[in-house]
Design a protein around this ligand. Structure first.
Ligand code: FBP
Length: 547
């Protein structure tokens, strides 16, 4: 395989480990834990893994560990640093006992069920250290939820002598990890299951999981691109750029990129919901900013749009919820309807309010809302072209204002969607270190007999030396939510908090950004050079941790 000069140099990077993980470790147990909500239901569903204590690793005495084999699965969307989680896990497992083996299941959780695996040897691991992507074993979105799948998985785990499986995934995949851990514990199969917090979306976080891996690199990559667009925008001075950013539900990516690049407008879905804004309110907000800039002779600007916006507009949210429940049961019937009659069919099946909202949507968006759900029952928001919907509606409003003599500017829009551009970027130093530490911590959780835990590395704005490694019971993060028309235990998604420091910092300056051209151009991620350029983490984390 031909490698770039950067890839070759980067392969030699040795990720930093927290001090406590550098030698032998021992477990320090904290208080028993509770789920974030719906305690009684969660406790009943997870009798073997509920309420376990928080765990912290501290320096301990060397001891011998019996040989063991471990399996690893990459689940869901790619996030920078996944290969370092696996290399940290590999190094940890080999340090415990050089005879230990690590197996990777191919193309996500489906690999466990279908018995597709490969042994990850030192040669393979060395090819992937500090690289982006999940291509070492591939990823997939198969949902592990049925007993038959757990049993099929157990067959291969038994055959390979695997004592523990590490599932590297987001909130849904870690929910599955917890259900699997509970099932194997209840059956006394002697297989442990450990999760690792992955997702560029940044919505798998809480007190013990300060950030999910990949968020740092993905946001830096998008911010580089946004900065480049802003500079182009400020050079040509003739376009409004509408930039949609991935992130499924939460607006963490959009907010972080806004803090890094200071665009004219950044929409925050959580705020749109809290203020009960309609689609027209959002459009009017943008159009007002466009008109105010035009009045100063500035017919250009940048707008950041979070991927999940549509689902947070209250009327749209109600509509999507009804569509989700309806399509969970009638998907086949719907698919059999002729395409030109599908819109009418949906309108006839919805409640009056939702039917009216659905009927008011442009054809393309209406159709996109009924497309296939992902295996977890979510609307595939990345397929909805919100950036085009908004610019089209802003254009129409401005034309109406022009006719009324309220606006005299020119409005010409360009559209972008950044998601895939950042998911497999080479991990920043932060993600390279964080991921390696998460993987290494997972090996220590396994060695200490833990199951149903998520690997946790905290104190992340301090130097890596001072990071705190340990484990959090996954049940602690759970609550009950409606999925596919049924109440299910799931990890609670962390949305942008409107009372949190990152949002407040943004809200304090956004009116100035809207009016002036206050762009910041972050430039590309740097891997070599001064620490203030190379090792900075996200503004979100820095603001959240400033006491
Ligand atoms: P995960 O939650 O699995 O980490 O996925 C993140 C994400 O990149 C979202 O931001 C996006 O909505 C989704 O994946 C797109 O997934 P896919 O490429 O499978 O359609």
């Amino acid at each position: 395989m031909t490698k770039s000069a950067l890839q070759i140099a980067r392969a030699a990077y040795q990720p930093k480990l927290p001090k406590a993980l550098k030698g032998a470790v021992k477990v320090q147990e904290g208080e028993p834990t509770h789920s974030v909500a719906d305690e009684e239901e969660i406790k009943k569903l997870f009798p073997n893994t509920y309420g376990m204590p928080l765990i912290k690793f501290v320096e301990g005495e060397e001891k011998d560990y019996a040989p063991m084999n471990v399996g690893v699965i990459l689940s869901g969307g790619q996030a920078p640093g996944g290969h370092n989680v696996i290399s940290g896990l590999f190094d940890g497992v080999k340090k415990l006992n050089p005879a230990n083996k690590l197996y990777g299941f191919i193309l996500g959780p489906g690999g466990l069920v279908d018995h597709k695996y490969t042994e990850l040897t030192a040669d393979v691991i060395d090819e992937y250290r500090n690289t982006g992507g999940f291509d070492i074993i591939g990823s997939g979105r198969t949902k592990l939820e049925k007993e038959a799948q757990f049993e099929k998985g157990y067959e291969i785990l038994k055959e390979l002598g695997i004592k523990a499986v590490v599932i590297i995934g987001g909130d849904d995949s870690n929910t599955n990890a917890c259900v699997l851990a509970e099932y194997y514990a209840a059956k006394n199969y002697g297989v442990q299951v450990i999760g690792c917090p992955k997702t560029i979306d940044g919505d798998l976080k809480n007190e013990m999981i300060e950030t999910s891996f990949g968020f740092d690199t993905a946001c830096k990559t998008y911010s580089e691109l946004i900065g480049n667009i802003e500079r182009d925008c400020n050079s040509a001075r003739k376009y409004w750029h509408f930039i949609k950013l991935m992130g499924r539900s939460a607006s963490h990516i959009a907010l972080e990129c806004a803090l890094q690049t200071q665009p004219n407008i950044c929409l925050i879905s959580e705020e749109v919901e809290a203020k009960n804004m309609s689609l027209d309110d959002v459009v009017t907000y943008i159009a007002n900013a466009v008109a105010a800039r035009a009045a100063e002779g500035n017919n250009f600007g940048t707008v950041l749009v979070p991927e999940g916006l549509i689902e947070f507009i209250p009327a749209m949210k109600k509509l999507i919820a009804e569509l989700n429940d309806f399509l969970a049961v009638h998907a086949e019937e719907y698919a059999a309807i002729e395409p030109n009659k599908q819109r009418e069919y949906i309108i006839s099946k919805l409640s009056a309010d939702n039917a009216a909202v659905y009927a008011s949507l442009p054809e393309g968006v209406a159709r996109q809302l009924t497309l296939d759900r992902d295996p977890h029952g979510n609307v595939q928001v990345s397929l909805i072209e919100t950036e085009k919907l908004l610019s089209e509606m802003v254009g129409k409003k401005l034309a109406a204002w022009k006719a009324e003599g309220k606006y005299t500017g020119k409005f010409s829009a360009q559209h972008h969607f950044f998601g895939y551009e950042g998911r497999c970027a080479a991990p920043s130093n932060f993600d390279a270190d964080y991921c390696y530490a998460l993987g290494y911590t997972a090996s220590m959780l396994i060695a200490n007999g833990k199951t149903g835990y998520m690997s946790s590395v905290r104190n992340l704005t301090a130097p890596a030396e001072e990071w705190i490694a340990g484990g959090v019971p996954i049940t602690m993060m759970m609550n009950m939510e409606r999925r596919h028309g049924e109440m299910k235990p799931v990890i609670q998604k962390a949305l942008v908090r409107l009372d949190g420091a990152p949002f407040k910092a943004f809200a304090a300056v956004r009116d100035m950004w809207a009016k002036e051209t206050a762009y910041v151009y972050p430039g590309p991620i740097q891997y070599f050079g001064p620490a203030e350029v190379c090792d900075q983490t996200t503004k979100t984390l820095l603001l959240e941790q400033t006491k």
